[in-house]
Write a protein that binds this ligand. Structure first.
Ligand SMILES: *Cc1c(COP(=O)(O)O)cnc(C)c1O
Length: 403
């Protein structure tokens, strides 16, 4: 043998810190113990046990997507694989695609459609703003697209398309199939697939659902599914072919070996959403995110996006001039064992408010780590005032109780 066993072999225990870091960035997010336990199990990917799990996952996903007849499929892959599955199955080389682009992830949908060979027009939304239904209508009238792609929450710059329902309605009136990326928002804020008339909804595991990365869910409307069944051309993507995936998800047969552990984990994540109920979960996310925002502003920092366009699921904070974002993240991680995210462009740092991140004890620890690290780097923030504002908002008080 010419290739030797590597020296310096480390176990995972050697690599990881003794105390796990608190994951408060834009994903992956902390997972509940039930999800972690399920993810540690391997079962047969075919057979009765798996069939029962799949049946439950589809039922629970229908509740979470708010769809009665939606065709639910799982994807062994990141949120991006589910995005590509939506695009590959609903976009053809002769399609016209209008992509509403708020930032990095909504732009990715346009990139994917371009790779299919479609005629893609990007409607670029100014940084920090939400898409305006009137502008979308004008673009549709002028371009006459077959498919519209849009993101509910743009994780990269923390803007939210709050008028999504109206935009979907306009697109449907003009016979567009509508693909919505709800990776960071699903189960954190209202989303109603059937009521709004969305044709394909994508979510990943490691964001709103508080599950593991690498296993994703997609739901196609009846109209989208009919379109897929009626396609005569053969998809260039074998793994992402929805008709092949249907073999596993509806016909108990083989497509590829499903990521069984990940699907068990998704099962538990969905079950926890169902147990909590969407109403309660939306309220928890809203209260938590707004309390965090109050705490951040309370200590003297600025949020990146104005309230009407702001996303609650991921909060963007403008980095003060004298602070180096990288140094800030290192300090929070090394000294306080709290991880938050940097950015893809603007000088911001981002704190996630998805799933298990929206717990009071995580908010206090994160806000403290943020404020005290900034102060250590030379900023002069009023940390007690910020912590008091957080406490006050969590307690639903008008005034900070410590001021
Ligand atoms: C994270 C994210 C994605 C990509 O998910 P991956 O699992 O990283 O592929 C897509 N869209 C949005 C809105 C996201 O937040």
């Amino acid at each position: 043998m010419s290739i030797q066993v590597p020296n310096n072999l480390l176990s995972i225990d050697d690599i990881l810190p003794d105390e796990p870091l608190l994951m408060m960035g834009a994903g992956p997010v902390p997972i509940p113990a039930k999800v972690a336990a399920a993810n540690g199990i391997v079962i047969n990917h075919l057979g009765d046990t798996m069939a029962q799990v799949i049946d439950q996952v589809k039922q629970m996903a229908r509740y979470v997507f708010q769809t009665d007849k939606g065709h639910i499929l799982g994807v062994a892959g990141p949120g991006s694989a589910a995005m590509e599955m939506a695009i590959a199955n609903l976009v053809t080389p002769t399609s016209k695609v209008l992509s509403v682009c708020n930032g990095f992830f909504s732009g990715r949908l346009a990139d994917m459609a371009q790779r299919i060979g479609a005629n893609v027009q990007r409607l670029s939304i100014d940084e920090g703003l939400s898409a305006c239904p009137q502008r979308v209508r004008e673009s549709i009238l002028q371009f006459n697209p077959d498919v519209l792609t849009i993101v509910q929450g743009e994780t990269s710059n923390t803007t939210c398309n709050h008028q999504l329902a109206e935009i979907v309605k306009i697109a449907k009136e003009h016979n567009c199939l509508v693909i919505v990326d709800a990776v960071c928002t699903l189960s954190t804020m209202p989303f109603y697939m059937d009521d709004w008339g969305v044709d394909a909804v994508i979510t990943g595991g490691q964001k709103g659902l508080s599950c593991i990365p690498g296993v994703s869910l997609i739901s196609f409307s009846e109209q989208a599914w009919q379109f897929i069944l009626s396609r005569k051309d053969q998809l260039k993507h074998w793994c992402l072919d929805a008709k092949l995936a249907d073999q596993f998800w509806y016909k108990k047969s083989y497509h590829y070996t499903a990521p069984v552990s990940g699907i068990l984990a998704i099962h538990e994540a969905l079950r926890l959403v169902c147990t909590e109920t969407l109403e309660t979960r939306f309220a928890r996310h809203q209260t938590s995110s707004q309390a965090l925002q109050a705490g951040i502003e309370g200590m003297g920092l600025d949020l990146y996006v104005q309230p009407p366009n702001r996303l609650n699921s991921v909060v963007g904070i403008a980095v003060p001039e004298r602070i180096n974002a990288k140094a800030l993240l290192s300090c929070m991680s090394a000294r306080h064992k709290v991880e938050i995210s940097g950015s893809f462009g603007a000088n911001i740092v981002r704190i996630g408010q998805m799933g298990e991140q929206c717990r009071a004890h995580n908010l206090f620890r994160t806000l403290h780590a943020l404020g005290t690290s900034m102060n250590a780097l030379g900023q002069r923030l009023d940390l007690p005032l910020g912590m008091a504002a957080l406490e006050a908002r969590l307690a639903n008080l008008e005034q900070p109780i410590l001021s």
